[in-house]
Write a protein that binds this ligand. Structure first.
Ligand SMILES: Cc1cc2nc3c(=O)[nH]c(=O)nc-3n(C[C@H](O)[C@H](O)[C@H](O)COP(=O)(O)O)c2cc1C
Length: 197
């Protein structure tokens, strides 16, 4: 760990990192199985994940680490909430994604009032989610970034301790992959990139 305000090494080309970035894939949450990260590995994943750009050093997010017991208990409560929704069977079925992985990091966007624009603070929480996925990958685990209906249902989100003014950025489920990931469509960059001289 480099001391505060001490120079950091400059980036150097890394064929390995480029390959990993080019080939990275999320896991289907239901395909995540044991072994998951150890406590020490989880600490490293959180530390690396938190090393994320944020405007104003606000750290406008927080984590809830969810083990299997808490997720199973909350999933039971969510199943009851799902009964009152438009598509109860579908909303209950997706709860399998919440409980499958060995461990889950819930990333909560917690914007600091009257500071930098809220949108920027929320983007920082998204960057944390992506960085957690990269960190999990660097330690040899797969990850899945899921929100699902309960992230947007106030009663559902409250079961995870989400408070007034906070939003769920994502559940980052982490574990080993039970089957190989398959490539998926990627954007046609010619439709996405404008180049100006
Ligand atoms: C904010 C956010 C929320 C997402 N929520 C879900 C979800 O609820 N269910 C789901 O199946 N995929 C969800 N995804 C998609 C997956 O995380 C993932 O992006 C997709 O499976 C392909 O990922 P890959 O390009 O990393 O392989 C979400 C993605 C983002 C960025």
């Amino acid at each position: 760990m480099v001391e505060l305000n001490q120079p950091l090494p400059p980036p150097v080309p890394s064929a390995e990192l480029r390959r990993r970035l080019a080939e990275r894939r999320s896991a289907p949450a239901q395909a995540l199985i044991a072994p998951g990260p150890s406590d020490a590995e989880l600490e490293e994943i959180l530390t690396l994940g938190a090393r994320t750009p944020d405007h104003g050093k606000l750290f406008p997010w927080r984590f809830v680490v969810l083990g299997p017991q808490s997720r199973a208990r909350i999933a039971e409560q969510l199943a009851v909430l799902a009964e009152a929704r438009d598509k109860p069977a579908k909303d209950q079925a997706v709860l399998a994604k919440l409980t499958a992985a060995p461990v889950t990091i819930l990333v909560i966007s917690a914007p600091v009032p009257n500071a930098k624009p809220v949108w920027e603070q929320q983007l920082s929480a998204g960057a944390v989610c992506m960085n957690l996925e990269h960190a999990a990958g660097a330690l040899g685990y797969s990850a899945s970034w899921i929100t699902d209906w309960y992230s947007y249902d106030p009663q559902g989100a409250a079961l995870f301790g989400v408070q007034e003014g906070e939003t769920i950025a994502g559940f980052i489920h982490i574990g080993a992959l039970s089957e190989p990931a398959l490539e998926r469509p990627r954007p046609d960059l010619s439709l996405k990139v404008t180049r100006l001289p």
